[in-house]
Each structure stands twice: as structure tokens, then as C-alpha cells.
Design a protein around this ligand. Sequence first.
Ligand code: 3HC
Length: 708
Amino acid sequence: MSEADVVRFDVEDGIGVITVDYPPVNALGPGVREGIIAAVEKGNADANVKAMVLIGAGRSFIAGADIRMFGKPRPVLPRSSQDVLDSATKPTVAAIHGFALGGGLEQALACHYRIAVPSAKVGLPEVLIGILPGGGGTQRLPRLIGPKAAMEMIVSGRHVPAEEAKKMGIIDAIVPGKDLRREAIDYAKSVADKRPLARIRDRTDHVAAYKADPGMFDAMRKSIARRARNQKAPYHCIACVEAAVNQPFDEGIATERRLFSELENADEAKALRYAFFAEREVAKIPGAPKDFKPGKISRAAVVGAGTMGGGIAMSFADSGIPVKVLEVSRDVLERGLQRVRDNYAISVKRGSTTQAQMDERMARITPVERYEDIGDCDVVIEAVFERPDVKKEVFAKLEKVMKPDALLLSNSSAIDTDIMAGMTSRPANVAGAHFFAPANVMKLYEVVKGTKTSVETILRTMQVGRDIGKISAVAGSCDGFAANRSRAPFGTEMMLMLEEGALPEQIDKVMVDFGYPIGPFAVGDLSGLDIGYDTRKRRAAENPNFRKLLIPDRLVEMGRKGQKTGAGWFRYEKGDRTPHPDEVVKAVIADVARELGIPQRTFTDDEILKRLLFASVNETCKILEEGKALRASDMDVMWLHGFGFPRYRGGLMFWADGIGVKEVYRQIAEWHQRYGDRWKPANLLRELAESGTPFREAKPKVDMFAAG
Ligand code: 3HC
């Protein structure tokens, strides 16, 4: 596309209108900045033009720089479009609808006025892709709204709704938006004669007040220390705002440019860009009918009022969707609803939800006791006890009452979707909808395809996930599906390393240093050691070769079930969640190692990290090989949103690519020799290593949808 195609200029009523038209979101792709510059120059030169409007065609103003262009050579313009807008000889007005983000908001900040429709959102989210606002945003925003508010916006990257942006002083006026172009022209006419031109770069009032408060920046650095560990971008953002306070505008811009270039090609930015596109890719089903648009659901039902069922119901209620919760026992139903009420009450107490919001959300949840009462719902999610016979019974009942086009979904975490589908005459409408605990908090929502699930059902089920604010990712039906199955070997290795001499506190520290919010043993204490215990007992009964995990079994048998019993892998003081290493656990580990005759040794942090994550990389290769996931990047999305994998490392497979497929294969092959079958390299892993293909380009060997 040439700049003439992506940016138009026309004159109406004495106002030059610059329209950016670069679908789908008007990112500043090739030719857009050049087009804006050319248009402003035309407006400057045309005596009939009294003022100018910058507006976006289609669904948005400008969503920012074109992220696909980062890390690649780009044309260097003699002057930036912001400079040209800022020094226009006539007033310029940014007319915002949809999003003005990153470089988009930076164009708007270079204009002399900004107006927005009520639904618009503005923000500088660059930090979320590992960079900083590099088009003057870190220098103009503090001059416009003060460094404190600007820093909060830039370091969090949050999207600010128009009304709030108006209160903060980012937006000059909110307009109805019935005809934004017309409203913007009228606004531009009203300011056409105003002089001097309102250039943000010339303002000093807001920043001057903070020159005497250098402590503010250190306080901000301290406040983000935990969540921003291992990352550079948030700190560079703070440094830029600090420069806005302490340096003249042009020097501040030079500082911004210098710090931006330190970030653009760093591993952190590469990983975060990868995660951004992986999250968009995961929504795509290859070969899906292009004209099929899943409709919006207006009524949902959840069968089962346990912890999971309650959390799922909350997800619907939180998103404004009325939901019925079905439980045939009144007692269980009441207890379930009370748990939901208690959860909301905790949020109200913490201040993250208001009492009015809690009341509204509770009012959207209707308890029911008869299957007939949910027959009119568009979607039903079964969340009953994890036993095939119980689930089969539920689906047989759903078959009788649900309307013909209803989506019949199961929240099972392991049971084959076909078992449930087999109880109905409409297996095409049955799929898995696997939530992760706590269901109202965790973003991952695994959509599980059974043998007969139709592609339309998959698309509709994914849309349900998005409607309730989740990230939907598709998996094929197999033991554990894709996410938990890929994580299981990590869980096994962490136990087996204990038998060889590692300690829970050492393993947890390695993983927290790596970037996990909490170590895997502390997670075990949080969810309860008894959960894995029951599953292990069942698997041991089914399979005589099952590798017993004696250490956790013994802890459970001693009554150490985690935080709820005051002790598990760690010891806990009353009313405090801090894990303390415990001599009792050390003794159990030593006993088991002695009984098994396993020689004790020390582990380096690097070995711990690789033992845990390589085990999962190998399993993920098997999952892809069998066509149980669509892409390696989908698996990365699952790890980011289901297991707390640090986002600035991209995801499991992206991280493994950083080590290199050949090295991963070499190490796994060595452990195969040392530890035996559980480390047998996946065929796909071997092939990738032989051909030097990165993990993230690995293709499934079986087409999940073609397989029927
Ligand atoms: N660059 C390139 N592509 C972009 C893009 C961008 N900035 N923003 C969105 N897209 C693409 C998406 O990849 C997607 O492409 P696809 O259809 O091929 O998958 C398409 O546009 C639509 O995007 P979404 O599916 O995300 O659409 P939504 O309506 O759900 O969300 C949005 C819209 C809120 C604008 C979201 O896309 C978004 O957050 N975009 C990124 C915004 C951003 O980070 N801007 C800052 C960029 S960095 C910058 O400006 C640096 C500057 O300071 C120098």
C-alpha cells in the first residue's frame, strides 16, 4: 500500500481532515507516518485550511506502532510525524474512537487538542511488549497530566477509558460520536483562531512541581520490584518520566530514544512480542469456515455447585451473563452459593469489587434444582465430580432437556470427551471446556475436541471463553488434555529430584528466580497435597508399573496436606502464608532416599530448571506429534495463562528455543540413558533437532480436525 492509500487528506468547511486507513486497527504501518507528515504539510500550505483533524477510518483511531516492524530495519524519517503535527502552523485536533494506544496516543499528544467518543480508550501499553513509548509519549504525557499519573499509566500500560482520560486531562472534550468526523470538524472550527497553539512540549507547569520530589521515582521502582523482577522495560519507563521532569524537552526525547533502542531487540521484548502474537494466533482454527460467526450467548447454566462450578458461575456473572447453577441436592446448592457469596465478600473487603457490583453479580446467579429449569440455556457446563459414571448420568439428562442447538460442555480435567458425547444423540455439540482453578481468576480455558465435535462447536465454545474474559486454546482429547498433560512430567521430576538430594526450598527458589510468582512446592501447599494423592493411588491401582512418589504420599499420610493443615512441603505460622522450610520434610526425604537406596548429590540451579522444563518440552513434542494441540505457540499460551510461566520468557517452547533445539535434544537423550524410559525423546524432538527447526515452528503430525 502506498501512503496515498493509507492516509487521505481532504478539506471540508475550511478544516483539513487527515484520515488514517490501515485496517484492521490503523497501526502505524508502512507509509502511515509518511502519509500523516505529507497531509499536515498540505494543510499548512493551504490558505483555505484553518485547522486540521486527525482521525482513524474503520473501528479505531490508531492502535500504535506496527509491532511486526520491531526488530527489523525501518526507514528513518528526517522528522517524526509527532514533530510535524506538533509544529503545525494551524491547530490540530485528534478525534479518537476505538483505541489510541502507544504510537497512536503519541500522535494524539502531538496534536494541540484531543476529543474522544465515550467508548474510546487511550493508553501507552508499550511496557507490555518490553519497550517504552518511543514517540515522545514519556515526555509529553507527564507535561500534560503530571509525572505521577503519567508514570502510573506508562508503567502499568493500562487502557484508560475516555471519561477517566478526560478527568485526568488527556482528553479535552467527550463528544457523542454519532458522526465523529462532523463533530471533530465542528470542534476544530471552534479552536481554529486560538493562539498561541497549545503545544504540550512547551508546558512546564506540571513537571516543575515535581522537581523537588525525586523520592517519587525511587518509591515507584520499589513498588514494582517484585512483579518487574528480571525485566528492564518498566525501569526504563520510570527513567524516561524522570527525564521529563529533569531535562528540557529535546534532551528528554534523546533520553527516550536512547533507552528505547536498548530495549527493542532485547530478549525481553522479543519474548513479549512473541506472546502478543501467540495470543492472537491461538484464536484461529485452520480451515474453519470463514463465514461462520458464533452468536453471543445470553443464558448459561452450570451443573454442579462445587468449588469449580461456583467459580465458573462467577465468571459468567462477572461478565454480565445470567447463569443458572443446578444442583439436585438443596444442601449442596446452598453451600455452593454461600461459597460464591463469601468469595465476592472477600473481593469487596479487599476493595477490588464494590458492594453494588457484588449484589449485581449475585443477582445474575440463579440456583435451580431441576434439569428442566436449564433447558432454555444456550450453553451448559457440567462441573460435577470427576468420575465417568457421574458425568455420564449428567449428560444423559442434559440430552433430554437442553434445546437442540445448545452447547453441551464438560469441565472434566481428564475424562475423555467422547464418553460424555456418547450419552447424547448430538455428539457434534459436545466439547470440553476445561477451566483452571480458581475458575473465576485463571485466564486459561482449554477447549477440548472430542472425536465428533464439530468445528462450529469448537468456534462457539471458544467464543464463550472470550465472552467471559478467558483465553481460549484448543486441545485434543487425551489423558490430561494438552495443558495438564504437558505440565505433568514437570510435577514428576520435582518429586524425583527430591529423592536424589534436592530440597523443596531450593527448587522453589530456582523457579521463583526464573520468574514464576510462586514456587511449585508452595503451589502444592496452596492447592492441597491430598489432590495428587488420590490420583496417584488410582493410577497405581490401574497400572502396576506406575512410579510411586513416596515422599508426597508419606507427607499426606502424616496429615501434612498443605496450608489448610498448617504444614505440607513447608511449615506455616498461624494466619500467615509464608512458607518456612521444615526439618520434618528433610527427614522424610532422607528416609525415602535411604529406603530406595538412591545416592544423594547436589544440584545446580541450572540443572533443576532444565530437569523440570525439559521434561515438559519433551511431552509437548509428543502432544504436537499426536495432533493434540494445533501449534507450539498455543502450548506457550497455555503455560502463560494456566501455570504462571513468566510472560517475558515467551512461553515454554519459546524459552526452549532460546537454548536451542539441538542442545535440548542432546540433554534429553543423555537423561534417557541415565534415567530410562520416562526421558525417551519424542520422535518430533529428534526430527526437529536433526533438521535444526525451532520448536516454535513445529507442526502437529496429525490434523486434529481432519481426524474426525
Ligand atoms: N501492530 C501490528 N498488528 C497489530 C497491532 C499493532 N500495534 N495491534 C493489533 N494488531 C493486529 C493483531 O495482531 C490482529 O491481527 P490478526 O487479525 O492478523 O491476528 C489484528 O490487528 C486485530 O487485533 P486484535 O485481535 O488484538 O483486536 P482487538 O479488537 O481484540 O484489540 C487492540 C485491539 C486493543 C488494539 C489490540 O490489538 C492491542 O492491544 N494492540 C496492541 C496495542 C499496542 O501495544 N500498541 C503499542 C504498540 S508499540 C508502539 O506504539 C511504540 C511507539 O511508542 C513507538
